[in-house]
Design a protein around this ligand. Structure first.
Ligand SMILES: *[C@@H]1O[C@H](CO)[C@@H](O)[C@H](O)[C@H]1NC(C)=O
Ligand SMILES: *[C@@H]1O[C@H](CO)[C@@H](O)[C@H](O)[C@H]1NC(C)=O
Ligand SMILES: *[C@@H]1O[C@H](CO)[C@@H](O)[C@H](O)[C@H]1NC(C)=O
Ligand SMILES: CC(=O)N[C@H]1CO[C@H](CO)[C@@H](O)[C@@H]1O
Length: 294
């Protein structure tokens, strides 16, 4: 019933004044009627041979619609204004949990399932009724190389933490999916040091998102966000993306474990023709830029 209320709220007249492209909101609402919650990639009729260009799914193959991934910064308009304060923030409340399942055979990506806790996050939008959403972390997917790029730079790995919205309080994230994404490169240090976060790859240790995203995280980091789509079929629309700008590291051995046998790469390619979208940035109050930017 709540969803029906949302439909009325997001009439086209309302959508026209939203910060996001109106058609994205409307299409997202239609998706929401069809499939609520995390649906993702159950359909075996696709692969990465053409980087997603040949995916015959209604939401994936419409070139007039926005599709994720995108280049952060280049395609987006940077909406961070210091005088406006924080555009976007989140309060993580993750918990350590042994994954209920992890495998590299699911739809071309290494995927880890479990009950990993929550993040409370504002929707990436300047729409007046933008909500703080309680996102439950449900599963994590690893794409190599990264799907999103940052001002043209591609990273070795993109970790996408899929969250589901339990209470349907959103105004903008109409798919009910929120993804926090982090970029990783393979450490160039010798000898290489394992990133402690990936201890769960042994199949018995807990996965603890707090080791990467502690409670004070948004104070100390540069976050970015936009509203886009799922990067795997069915390419659900109205997915809220959150990014951490700083790059993390892992060892080559850890990186190799996250690869899928026989799969060279599993990134949907950025479409350079994609129209600009609104990107929301937030420099945490205690964020220290890298020396190159000071
Ligand atoms: C797009 O996907 C739909 C299925 O949702 C299919 O009917 C249609 O033929 C596809 N279009 C193209 C150009 O592949
Ligand atoms: C993005 O890259 C271009 C060069 O391709 C550079 O001129 C520009 O300063 C970069 N922007 C940011 C925000 O890093
Ligand atoms: C990560 O790797 C990419 C590709 O090799 C490189 O261009 C980029 O500078 C690296 N970034 C960092 C922060 O290590
Ligand atoms: C091609 C492929 O591996 N498809 C799988 C995607 O994931 C779903 C659910 O985990 C499986 O049922 C499919 O077989």
């Amino acid at each position: 019933m709540k969803q029906v209320a949302k439909l009325i709220l997001l009439s086209s007249a309302t959508a026209a004044v939203l910060g996001q492209a109106p058609e994205l909101i409307e299409e997202g609402v239609q998706d929401m009627q069809e499939d609520s919650g995390i649906v993702g990639d159950w359909n075996p009729n696709w692969n990465y041979d053409q980087n997603g260009a040949d995916w015959a799914f209604m939401n994936c193959n419409n070139t007039k619609q926005q599709q994720s991934p995108v280049d952060l910064l280049k395609q987006g308009m940077d909406w961070y204004h210091p005088e406006k304060g924080l555009q976007l923030s989140f309060l993580p409340a993750y918990k350590a949990a042994v994954p209920t399942r992890q495998d590299s055979a699911t739809n071309f990506t290494y995927t880890v399932w479990g009950d990993f806790g929550q993040t409370f996050a504002t929707e990436p939008s300047d729409y007046p009724v933008t909500q703080v959403i309680k996102w439950d972390a449900k599963y994590i997917k690893f794409h190599y190389p990264s799907e999103h790029t940052l001002n043209g730079t591609q990273f070795a790995l993109e970790m996408q933490i899929y969250h589901q919205e339990e209470f349907w309080t959103h105004a903008i994230c109409v798919s009910g999916i929120g993804i926090i994404s982090m970029f990783f490169n393979v450490s160039t240090e010798q000898p290489q040091v394992d990133n402690p976060f990936f201890a769960f790859l042994d199949g018995k240790s807990p996965l603890d998102l707090k080791t990467l995203i502690p409670m004070d995280f948004s104070m100390r980091n540069y976050l970015m966000g936009y509203v886009g789509t799922n990067t795997v079929p069915n390419c659900e629309r109205g997915v809220c993306w959150y990014f951490v700008r700083d790059v993390q590291y892992l060892s080559q051995a850890q990186f190799d474990k996250l690869k899928v046998d026989g799969v060279q790469s599993n990134n949907r390619k950025v479409n350079p023709q994609m129209k600009a979208y609104k990107q929301y940035d937030a420099q945490g109050l205690l964020y220290t830029p890298p020396p190159s930017e000071q």
